[in-house]
Design a binder for this molecule. Structure first.
Ligand code: ZN
Length: 353
């Protein structure tokens, strides 16, 4: 057996996600971040036009909204509130907690997410940005694991996400995974990777963290990468054994004028490539000229989400046909032509070894 045989890329992905309600979801899966009161794309469009199987909602914002909280207290479920039958994951406010104190208790926010019957719930983990030193990252990891143990005893209706922390330290990342396995979680979520995602696509640290995580988790557990939402990167993360992604990227890329493609995001100035890409999504197809999409952030967000969803479909097909390597090669080829300064090709080749 050579080293490549143990690489996730060479193992068939047969993982499925089965919720407590008994619904089965095909992986990989993308969960758009959905903000009930201000989403750029309405829920009916997410369901009908984008065929979204799932979404992620900020549980902390719901918990803080007295009016909404009262509705939940009288028995309303998150699926009824959103008007969506698919998979709903909630997060805990951990990200908001990075910027300011939340005066929020882990057990209260976990119990709330479970009471409103989210399919997957998040503990109040402690995010470790790359700037954290070893000792700070170690302490945050220890507190996060303690909170996951506490949460495990509270969750009845939902699947609890076992969140990995450890900052930029691979040894702590491994330790975190080992502890999650010991706790016995059914779902892994990789935390604090967002700062490692950038437009230069240097995947070095992400590759190492994901390879280790999949090796420790074994073949069965679903692995979610919090905050991954650039379609050019998702096939590579899937090749490393990641199954679930969530992001608000489709919206915030649009607000900053970025047009996603499967080969990397483009700006309005990249007219030649925009025309070469010749997007056939429901939005671009109906425009007299593709450039018009830049005049409407809602339309650009729609295009972006279409590209993400299409990418997920292509990953699934490639996994089924055992053709992931060819798919990755085709992305790398165009990406290199379009973005000669990008780190994607180099860091993928190095990391794959
Ligand atoms: Zn389009």
């Amino acid at each position: 057996m050579n080293a490549h045989d143990t690489h996730p890329l060479h193992k068939p992905n047969t993982r499925r996600l089965i919720t407590k309600k008994g619904k089965t979801y095909t992986l990989p899966l993308f969960l758009p971040v959905y903000q009930p009161k201000s989403n750029l794309i309405p829920i009916d469009d997410l369901k009908n036009k984008f065929s979204s199987d799932g979404l992620i909602v900020n549980g902390f914002f719901l918990y803080k909204d007295a009016e909404v909280k009262a509705k939940f207290a009288s028995g309303l479920t998150i699926h009824e509130y959103i008007g969506f039958d698919g998979l709903i994951m909630t997060d805990s406010g951990a990200f908001q907690g990075l910027k300011r104190p939340l005066y929020l208790e882990n057990k209260k926010i976990v119990a709330f997410q479970d009471e409103i019957k989210a399919d997957i719930v998040s503990p109040l983990d402690l995010i470790s940005p790359p700037g954290d030193n070893y000792e700070t990252a170690r302490k945050k990891l220890a507190s996060t694991c303690k909170r996951i143990r506490e949460a495990k005893g509270l969750v009845k209706n939902s699947i609890l996400a076992g969140v990995q922390q450890g900052g930029r330290f691979l040894e702590l990342r491994r330790k975190s995974m080992e502890e999650l396995m010991e706790i016995g979680v059914d779902y892994i979520a990789i935390g604090s990777l967002v700062p490692f995602f950038n437009k230069n696509h240097n995947l070095t640290t992400i590759i190492k963290i994901l390879k280790d995580a999949r090796a420790i988790a074994g073949d069965e557990l679903p692995i979610h990468v919090y905050g991954a939402g650039d379609p050019v990167e998702l096939p590579f993360l899937a090749a490393l054994g990641a199954d679930i992604f969530d992001s608000s990227s489709y919206g915030h890329y649009a607000v900053s004028g970025w047009y996603m493609t499967g080969y990397g995001a483009l700006k309005k100035e990249d007219q030649d490539r925009l025309r070469e890409y010749n997007c056939q999504c429901d939005i671009c197809r109906q425009l007299p000229d593709v450039m018009a999409v830049f005049d409407d952030a809602g339309k650009l967000a729609g295009h972006n989400l279409f590209v993400i969803m299409d990418t997920l479909n292509q990953i699934r097909r490639a996994l089924e046909d055992n053709a992931l390597q060819n798919y990755l090669n085709s992305i790398l080829k165009t990406h290199e032509q379009w973005f000669p300064d990008s780190s994607l090709n180099k860091t993928w080749e190095q990391g794959f070894k």
